[in-house]
Design a protein around this ligand. Structure first.
Ligand SMILES: Cc1cc2nc3c(=O)[nH]c(=O)nc-3n(C[C@H](O)[C@H](O)[C@H](O)COP(=O)(O)OP(=O)(O)OC[C@H]3O[C@@H](n4cnc5c(N)ncnc54)[C@H](O)[C@@H]3O)c2cc1C
Length: 317
């Protein structure tokens, strides 16, 4: 059955698509929390031309598409998703180059590689992205970032939206355009790029001493190592820090005595209360039930409604 479907899709795409096509690809293999059922179609286009060709094909066939980055901010249903998942991680989308302090990075570049590239070229401004396991595309959509201390010693957030200069996108009609920083809006773990397909972006970085850059990267990495859950599969912070609350989401969950709480094989991390870990065989429903339980308990004890930071893929067409 799967072979027949694969052949039919390959035949229709023939001549225009040399990238990877898979049928019923398990998304658990592509999410950091290691949960997710099969995607009916899974594509890795070899380059921008193939992506355009693919989008037109999917539109003609009325197949909805979702873009996958490194899967580090996703909770995906265990059921079969009747969509085409497109991952932009072929070499073409991992291109990274530097000209006159502007760095261009393709959407599939891992943040770790972006940060290392900038450091190796003596460019500062993106060190706060060290240790975030996403891609440039995913980070721009979620406006990924970290807490930092500014020169006055104040606590502040640094987000990727602060350093991006221009973003190259493809729309659902497969048209390419460039959006300047002033055309974009970034919020707390959100951006106006949510419905675009990001091909790559240019970043404004500042020349600095390589040693200073490396020290700053090490600081961010050691902060993460000492606070975050790095051993068991997880999807990063599950809830956003609530606006107007003096306590972070993690602090609220911890004060509800939920650290270590278990549903099935999903557990509130004993290390960081805003992380849910997969102890081995956690299912989508385990995590969802645990999230609902946390939301109810925090609302009951503190009258604060926690909003998910992880993106949930569960709608099946
Ligand atoms: C251990 C751990 C620590 C983390 N720490 C942090 C942290 O400190 N700060 C932080 O902000 N986040 C953190 N995260 C969350 C996560 O890494 C970030 O949100 C990251 O930016 C997601 O990138 P991704 O490539 O994995 O995107 P995915 O999770 O694959 O996707 C996220 C969203 O981006 C979209 N997307 C991805 N690529 C593209 C593209 N090319 N075009 C259009 N849309 C696209 C997807 O459709 C989806 O809507 C952490 C996660 C883990 C597991």
């Amino acid at each position: 059955m799967n072979c027949l479907m694969l052949t039919a899709v390959e035949q229709k795409l023939r001549g225009g698509f040399k990238g990877i096509i898979k049928i019923d690809e398990p998304l658990s293999a592509h999410t950091s929390i290691k949960i997710g059922g099969p995607a009916k179609f899974f594509f890795i286009p070899a380059d921008g031309g193939e992506l355009r060709f693919l989008l037109r094909f999917l539109k003609d066939e009325s197949i909805p598409a979702c873009i996958l980055g490194n899967g580090s901010n996703l909770l995906v249903t265990d059921e079969r998703l009747s969509v085409a998942v497109i991952q932009l991680n072929s070499e073409y989308f991992k291109n990274i180059e530097y000209d006159d302090a502007l760095v261009f990075a393709g959407s599939g570049v891992l943040l770790a590689n972006f940060v290392s590239f900038a450091a190796a070229n003596g460019l500062s401004g993106c060190e706060f992205l060290a240790g975030i396991p996403g891609t440039i595309g995913g980070a721009l959509v979620t406006n990924a970032g970290a807490r930092d201390i500014n020169q006055q010693g104040d606590d502040m957030y640094r987000n990727i939206g602060d350093v991006v200069k221009k973003v190259r996108i493809m729309d659902n009609e497969a048209n390419i355009s460039c959006l300047k920083r002033e055309d974009l809006e970034f919020g707390y773990r959100s951006s106006s790029l949510k419905n675009a397909i990001i091909l790559g972006a240019w970043f404004d970085l500042i020349p600095a001493k390589k040693d200073d850059i490396r020290k700053s990267i090490d600081n961010f990495l050691s902060k993460k190592r000492s606070t975050q859950e790095l051993l068991m599969p997880n999807a990063g912070c599950v809830f956003k820090n609530p606006a107007g609350s003096l306590l972070s989401a993690g602090a609220l969950i911890e004060r509800c005595a939920l650290k270590g709480h278990i549903v099935g094989d999903a557990q509130v991390s004993p290390r960081h209360a805003n992380f849910i870990v997969n102890r081995g065989n956690a299912r989508f429903e385990h995590v969802k039930t645990l999230m609902n339980f946390i939301q109810k308990k925090v609302e009951n004890d503190f009258s604060v409604r926690l909003e998910p930071e992880v993106e949930i893929w569960e709608k099946n067409e």
